[in-house]
Design a protein around this ligand. Structure first.
Ligand SMILES: [Zn+2]
Ligand SMILES: [Zn+2]
Length: 327
């Protein structure tokens, strides 16, 4: 890589009046100081964080950005809608920027490289700055061909608004005893804590993958960039903390490559697969899993292919399959 290609790009500073909504979302949970908050509101906050984190990782990330499994057209729409309830913009916008991240990881073209642009820029600066507001449809043409996804990408405020209204209705029903109280403090306390607080925590949980996961933790594989594995982040983000594994073999539906690498998103995806909603989940080949880098992986693959006839002769067909397709 030449010196010029490592020169950071000039990235614009956020324009405050364009980011007032984002700022306001961070302050809204404080309004619960006036409405109070019930146990139900806190439970809703906890649930909606986990529920939407699953759709961020299993939807935006593993399906739309990486195509790590297949599904039907109607369920694809459900995945996109659910992912967008996280208020992290359109599904095509999200996945297109993420594809750029993998293509240019930790180089100046990376939208959010912590190594090049620092912690705050990689965490939130690139989101609030004006440089990455548009969707690059060229890199997401495989999904941009569906008109329903294009609609959802443009009207990305629809899913979170629907969810916010459902949350208020639930708050009215549970806190006030009737859905008719959804526009009183009974519904608003659920909105501030159940919806907005969980949305803010979800933002920073997701953003931490772009910032912290390219700095703190251990790399298992030599990937040529700064991605790391981190158990704590993997638990908080339902599996995304195995980020070095993911950068090494990004098409896999699982990011925890070994049984002890807890990856809750993957377990849920397997559940969706078991009931037939999704299929063809991509696994991690043995030679990838057991290698140190891509060159080593090729050596292992050749070795496994050489050993294959011996294993078959010895009657270990199962061992052969595990070596070649294994997970
Ligand atoms: Zn990354
Ligand atoms: Zn990725």
């Amino acid at each position: 890589m030449t010196e010029t290609s490592l020169t950071p790009q000039v990235r614009s500073k956020p324009i405050l009046k364009q980011e007032l909504a984002f700022l306001f979302i961070h302050l809204l949970p404080l309004a619960a100081l006036w409405t109070g908050a019930s146990t139900f509101d806190w439970m809703l906050c906890f649930f909606l964080y986990l529920y939407r984190m699953f759709w961020v990782t299993g939807g935006y990330h593993r399906y739309f950005a990486h195509k790590s499994y297949k599904t039907s057209r109607w369920f694809q729409f459900v995945i996109a809608f659910m992912a967008e309830t996280s208020a992290q913009k359109g599904v095509l916008w999200w996945a297109a920027h993420h594809r750029h991240h993998h293509r240019h990881s930790d180089t100046p073209q990376d939208p959010h490289s912590m190594k090049i642009y620092g912690f705050w820029y990689s965490h939130v600066g690139w989101i609030v700055g004006p440089d990455f507001k548009e969707t690059d449809y060229k890199v997401i043409g495989d999904y941009a061909k569906y008109p329903e996804l294009m609609w959802l990408n443009k009207h990305y405020l629809v899913p979170p608004t629907v969810l916010a209204l459902v949350v208020m209705a639930l708050g009215g029903w549970v806190n006030g005893g009737s859905i008719l109280t959804m526009f009183t403090s009974d519904g608003f306390s659920s909105l501030f804590i159940g919806f907005f607080l969980s949305t803010v925590i979800l933002y920073h949980g997701t953003f931490s993958i772009n910032s912290i996961m390219h700095k703190f933790g251990k790399p298992r594989y030599e990937t040529g960039e700064e991605s790391k594995n981190n158990l704590l982040l993997a638990l908080l983000t339902l599996g995304e903390g195995w980020h070095n594994n993911h950068h090494y073999y990004e098409v896999a539906s699982r990011q925890g490559f070994f049984w002890w690498e807890i990856d809750i998103t993957y377990y849920i995806l397997r559940g969706l697969g078991a009931v037939g909603l999704i299929w063809d989940l991509k696994e991690v080949p043995r030679h990838i899993k057991d290698s140190k880098n891509k060159q080593h992986a090729q050596e292992l693959k050749r070795q496994m292919e050489r050993d294959r006839p011996t294993l078959v002769r010895n009657g270990s067909q199962k061992a052969v399959e595990e070596d070649v397709i294994g997970y």
